[in-house]
Ligand binder design. Sequence first.
Ligand SMILES: [Zn+2]
Length: 283
Amino acid sequence: MPDLRVSIVILIGLVLLLGACSGRDAEVTDPGQEQTSDGTAFHPSFSFSKTEFEELTSTLPQEYRASILAHPAAFLDQLVRLKTQPEELTWLVDKEHPLAADYAPEDLVDMDDHTDRLDLSRTGHRLRGIVLPDLLAMVDAARTEGVTLLISSAYRSYSYQEQLYGRWVEQLGQKEADRVSAKPGSSQHQLGTAIDFGCICDEFAKTEAGRWIASNAWKYGFSLSYPDGYESLTGYAYESWHFRYIGKVAARMEREFFAGIQQHLTEFVDGNADAFWSFLIEI
Ligand SMILES: [Zn+2]
């Protein structure tokens, strides 16, 4: 019996000690450590104080400002990494921000050279080489799950888009054509980083491929450009088949900080990111 009492006393002692330790740990890992008492060194890569950082976010739309303020350190870590991506991956390209008529990417590759791994709707599709490694990884991953991602459209030149848009205007009239087709210059396909998958039709969302890519595209740096219910923001009706390669860093940022909406991300990059980057500390 005395042994048992001793054991109980030791056990209680250990429990108290562990409690005290975990209490201290909790203090050390408190998210409050992102804030410093003197308001400086808010993030090691940026020279702004917490107050200056919050001021920079004050003009951002409420749709995503709260998520940035909730996890500022993670957001700024990713913003540093975003700066290392080629900037055209996240250029804002829409009806108000068209590309120049003579813009054409310099690293276009012929997808017919990769028919051993890619399923193509026809010959002659081209795409920026920078997209290819992640595209191949994505279609391989889908294939291992029994899903085929058919590539139906990729790079389109300014003049090709001009013809395409002209045909839609003839068929539907300009107002309806503007909902479903981009004027030359405002198509993301001119970037060489956008891909249409499958049937290029509303039914795609309900197919196995449509469901797979909707859930997994972000892991490979692809982003749905025109989501359901966002026509007033993006200018285009829902296109479940149209994905743009924005790179893995940006795709993760879009998901974690911009409500999964590419237009929010690209508008931020276009209008606000430079103000944050101007505080970047050169390493
Ligand atoms: Zn498209």
